[in-house]
Design a protein around this ligand. Structure first.
Ligand code: MGD
Ligand code: MGD
Ligand code: MO
Length: 702
């Protein structure tokens, strides 16, 4: 292990002669914050996680999940050895040699018949890092594979942003302090991006105004001066009505529009199609709130809109995001301090070959080696439908698709229809339980990797600080072992993939960093701003769109997505307003947001987290509950034609009526796997998962 910070030998507290080292590392979870942290290791054990002030965005220190790593790395539930399913369904420990032999046998068989593309490679977002890119390199060397396109998380918003601004970048997180108006639109920063609240607080202390728009009265809403609770999936109508008012009242920035905006005239026409009264009826919010939002956006500057990811998982979401973004374009709130659109900041994605979100998710492989035939959103359905050759085997790493992908029952059916399933994870998740072979993964503390972020602009080293327990391995080590046995030589951009030695991995990482003139030693001291970082995005007013301007009308939207070039409002697919039998049967929006003390399906198996998050509950407005004879603490059944859950009812006076909410990420074994009710369906652009279009009913059980 390499240079250490604050190495102390001798008396620490009341203990004698202990070896204490504090390392700088970074949290690689799929989370905005991607915190820099200091990890205190005493006598080879992780003892404490502490803040690191070198990261301006996360200087306040990690969240409870970050602190819980101390428990997580030594959790008795960790998988430490390869496990094979026995005929009865339970697992037995086997050696790595046996595990690799099993896999190699299958791979060799399927390679001959029915062909390498009968193997599905699925990677989730459980951890970030450059070494993650190694999977495809192995599977290419294998001669082919089937993989997924699209993403569960953010693509509708990424694509809407790219179509409008030409790139997914935004001002530095700390620049939010300069905003006079902050709109947290469908974003629950107080839980999902806690460090953003620091900058919100600083802006408020300087007199800024905060608007929060969310059907749920979240922790984030507590400090809002204006809080709007629209009907889910209707924000596009709200945005268009606000635009109409801004235009009618002359509150737009004509000069900015003239110089930097393309398609304003057409946008103005579609905004005029919807009266604020109509929008008030569609969104089911008071007209006065639409007026107040328009007043704020038209008179307070600079303004920043932080748009969340939850609200772009409806079938109309790409257009919703475009309509919202247009409000900043017509008020001149782009390209200057305190202003702008904070959705995703891909500045640190410098290692990706093509920093274009669509290229991230290609619908098909250019050379046919990878068959990209399975939509992540429709994982189960598409797996079942895949032919020529049909799927025989799945390889799943860093993901928990049984709980996290839409339509759990279809996903389970598709997995069970396969002949062989391999899952690599740290814990025996719902997905791992479906496997024939479970391989034990390392944690972030047991092997180094370089990571970027999608909110702040730093590159960081997730540093190896512990010797790995048991027989855990990372994917890169496993791939190398398999490649050796199969006689393959996987390469990534012409460079062989690294094996397991620390030096080998460090050398590989150094090589990837070299073009940016960054060394691992620098990263060991702390985070480094991505070369070329700009504090204020688009300050040169050059937009990477076809016209070079901000595009409110987009021909590309039509060509690529067969979408309206203008973000006209359309009702989302599953809405109680639709005149269908389903809508009459299932009148409630099932909301499945993220929650503070979990990252999706991770962390809730730790005792520290269980103490604050003991079991899944269904949040319901007391009036909706009363209408169904349900009271606080009752068991309720939440259901639709796709599935059902039995959960304890918890009253939530802050939830919009007509909605019921359960945070996502609970396991099936906890009884709270929310995707049993969702449908595998794509968003209008970006190949996202529209699982928030999800109507249910609830009834009292006992
Ligand atoms: N209904 C509903 N469903 C949702 C969402 C929602 O809002 N509502 N949100 C969606 C979103 S935004 C996302 S991003 C996805 C997330 O879903 P996933 O991408 O599946 O992510 P996680 O549940 O965070 O983690 C997956 C697994 O990775 C494992 N893991 C962690 N580190 C490592 C490692 O180093 N190696 C290996 N091999 N495994 C590791 C964890 O133990 C965990 O079991 O869920 C989506 N699902
Ligand atoms: N603690 C914690 N932090 C996380 C994560 C986590 O699991 N836990 N996950 C990380 C990941 S991968 C992601 S994708 C992000 C997501 O974090 P956020 O962007 O905050 O997304 P969500 O929690 O899915 O949704 C945010 C809010 O949108 C609201 N919402 C839902 N539908 C609508 C709608 O139609 N209109 C409006 N206006 N609001 C709506 C929900 O009620 C919710 O409060 O968080 C990241 N950070
Ligand atoms: Mo996500």
């Amino acid at each position: 292990m390499q240079p250490k910070v604050g190495r102390t030998r001798g008396i620490v507290g009341r203990h004698l002669a202990r070896d204490m080292t504090v390392y700088t590392t970074a949290c690689p979870r799929n989370c905005y914050s991607t915190c820099t942290m200091r990890a205190e290791v005493i006598d080879g054990r992780l003892r404490r996680i502490m803040p690191h002030v070198g990261n301006q965005a996360t200087a306040e220190g990690p969240c409870l999940k970050g602190l819980s790593y101390v428990e997580r790395v030594v959790s008795p539930d960790r998988i430490l050895h390869p496990l094979r399913r026995r005929p009865g369904g339970d697992f037995e420990r086997i050696s790595w040699d046996e595990a690799l032999t099993l896999i190699v046998d299958r791979l060799a068989t399927y390679q001959r018949d029915p062909g390498p593309q009968s193997v599905l490679f699925y990677a989730g977002s459980g951890t970030k890092g450059l070494l993650n890119a190694i999977g495809p390199a192995f599977w290419r060397a294998y001669g082919g594979y089937t993989t997924t396109y699209g993403d569960l998380c953010w693509p509708a918003g990424l694509e809407a942003t790219r179509l409008t601004l030409g790139a997914n970048r935004h001002n530095a997180p700390w620049d939010l302090e300069n905003a006079r108006l902050i709109v947290l639109w469908g974003k629950n920063s107080a839980e999902t991006n806690i460090h953003q609240m620091t900058f919100v607080d600083r802006a408020l202390a300087k007199g800024a105004k905060l608007v929060v728009i969310d059907p749920r009265r979240t922790q984030t809403a507590e400090r809002a001066e204006l809080f709007i609770q629209p009907r889910p999936g209707t924000d596009g109508a709200l945005a268009l009505a606000v635009a109409r008012l801004l235009i009618e009242r002359g509150l737009v920035d004509q000069d900015f529009i003239h110089r930097h905006v393309n398609g304003f005239q057409q946008y103005r026409e579609i905004a005029a199609e919807l009266t604020p009264q109509e929008a008030s009826a569609i969104c089911e919010i008071p007209l006065a709130e639409i007026e107040q939002l328009a007043e704020a956006l038209g008179t307070i500057e600079p303004a920043t809109i932080c748009a969340g990811y939850g609200m772009q998982r409806y079938t109309n979401s790409g257009q919703t995001m475009r309509a919202m973004l247009a409000l900043l374009a017509i008020t001149g709130n782009l390209g200057r301090p305190g202003a702008g659109w904070q959705f995703a900041n891909l500045e640190s994605a410098v290692f990706d070959q093509v920093p274009d979100p669509i290229a991230f998710y290609p619908p098909r492989s250019p050379d046919g080696v990878a068959r990209v035939s399975v939509s992540t959103a429709r994982l189960g359905r598409d797996m079942l439908a895949t032919q020529d050759p049909p799927l025989k085997m799945a390889w799943i790493e860093r993901g928990n698709p049984v709980t996290q992908n839409p339509e759990t029952h279809r996903v389970l059916e598709a997995f069970r229809a396969l002949e062989f399933r391999v899952v690599i994870d740290q814990f025996l998740t719902d997905t791992a339980r479906e496997a024939d072979l479970v391989l034990p993964a390392k944690t972030m503390f047991e092997q180094s990797d370089v990571i970027g972020a999608y909110w702040h602009p730093y590159l960081q080293l997730r540093q190896k600080v512990l010797d790995p327990p048991g027989e855990v391995k990372t994917e890169s080590e496993i791939y190398q072992l398999l490649a050796d046995r199969l006689g393959l030589q996987p390469e990534l951009e012409g460079v062989p993939i690294p094996g397991s030695g620390d030096e080998e991995i460090d050398a590989w990482l150094e090589r990837r960093l070299a073009p940016f003139e960054i060394t691992l030693d620098t990263l060991r001291q702390g985070p480094v701003l991505t070369p070329g970082h700009q504090e204020v995005a688009f300050s040169d007013f050059r937009f990477g769109t076809a016209s070079g301007k901000i595009e409110l009308a987009s021909e590309e939207a039509r060509e690529r997505w067969q979408a309206d070039p203008l973000p006209r409002y359309v009702e989302s697919a599953e809405s109680p307003r639709r005149d269908s039998a389903e809508a009459r049967k299932y009148p409630l929006y099932f909301m499945t947001p993220n929650t503070k003390n979990r990252i999706h399906s991770q962390f809730n198996n730790l005792s520290l987290i269980r103490r604050v998050s003991d079991k899944p509950r269904a949040m319901i407005h007391p009036a909706d509950a009363a209408a169904r004879g349900i009271t606080q603490g009752d068991m309720l059944r939440l259901f639709n034609d796709r599935g059902s859950l039995e959960l304890e009812a918890q009253f939530d006076y802050g939830l919009r009526r007509g909605c019921v909410a359960v945070t996502n990420g609970w396991w099936m074994t906890d009884g709270g796997a929310v995707n049993v009710c969702s449908l595998g369906r794509e968003t209008d652009m970006g190949y996202g998962a529209a699982f928030h279009d999800n109507l249910v009913e609830v009834e009292r059980v006992r």
